[in-house]
Design a protein around this ligand. Structure first.
Ligand code: BEZ
Length: 260
């Protein structure tokens, strides 16, 4: 998610995202199943990217609205799915005139360390009794990749910090509760994820998602850091010509306390 305040600096290229990283929305189909959208419901897709899952939600007969901070993603979503409404806005600070029956989010919220601001906006957007169904990176997500980058960077005198928010079940449930959202179910699970593009898979992943992680390393030194990262991880994460990222997912279903 592109962030106007620079909390994460990734500039999304919507075509590259769709072509080389389609697993993001393909896995998201399972989160739509968990949402169980129904005809006539009004549902917000928070961090909708290029809108594939917004469209899946609207296939159920619900009115689906997609929201993303990236102009480029929103404009591609509007072109591809003219039947859905898409809004360019910051997930930490949005509001709508009409409330939603559900807020949905797939693989977007871990880009936003200020999760309290997000959940406040989510709570304000929901009807009493409305539900929040989300998947994001959970505690330990991509830890092997981040550690390898950290070590390679440190060897060259640079300090890198992971820019993402990967909460545990306990942390996230407390946060939800403090915003009037009751956790109905939460799961944290490993999802080793095969990356596309063979031997370039890990380098491509870092190019697409790792801007903020690699930011302290000067551009001309990044290729050697990436190659060092590949050497460190090859034995564990590269098999039969394919890189696998050590993803861990947190899935939650929560509901607004109706007394709020
Ligand atoms: C994720 O979906 O888990 C993820 C994507 C990009 C960077 C970090 C994590």
């Amino acid at each position: 998610m592109a962030d106007p305040d620079g909390e994460s600096t990734n500039e999304w290229e919507s075509d590259k995202y769709d072509e080389g990283h389609s697993f993001v929305f393909e896995y998201g189909e399972g989160v739509v199943d968990l949402l169980e959208p129904e005809r006539g419901e009004r549902i917000l897709d928070l961090g909708c990217g290029t809108g594939h899952l917004t469209a899946r939600i609207s296939d159920s007969g619900a009115t689906a609205v997609g929201l993303d901070a990236s102009d480029e993603m929103i404009s591609k979503a509007r072109d591809t799915y003219p039947e859905c409404e898409f809004v360019c806005a910051d997930a930490r600070d949005f509001s709508f005139d009409e409330p939603f029956d559900a807020v949905f989010s797939n693989a977007a919220l871990h880009w936003i360390p200020d999760q309290d601001a997000v959940l406040e906006s989510v709570a304000d957007a929901l009807d009493p009794g409305g539900r929040f169904v989300a998947e994001l990176g959970g505690a330990g997500n991509v830890a092997a990749i981040v550690d390898a980058v950290r070590v390679e960077a440190a060897e060259r005198g640079y300090d890198v910090d992971a820019p993402w928010y990967f909460p545990s079940i306990g942390d996230y449930a407390s946060k939800l509760e403090s915003h009037g959202l009751e956790t109905r179910s939460a799961t944290l699970f490993d999802r080793p994820t095969e990356l596309e593009n063979g031997t370039n898979g890990l380098a491509d992943w870092l190019e697409m998602f790792g801007d903020s992680l690699l930011a302290p390393i000067p551009d001309d030194e990044q290729p050697s850091v990436i190659s060092g990262v590949e050497d460190r991880l090859r034995e564990d994460l590269f098999q039969k010509g394919t890189w696998t990222a050590d993803y861990r997912r947190l899935r939650v279903v929560a509901a607004m306390y109706s007394s709020r």
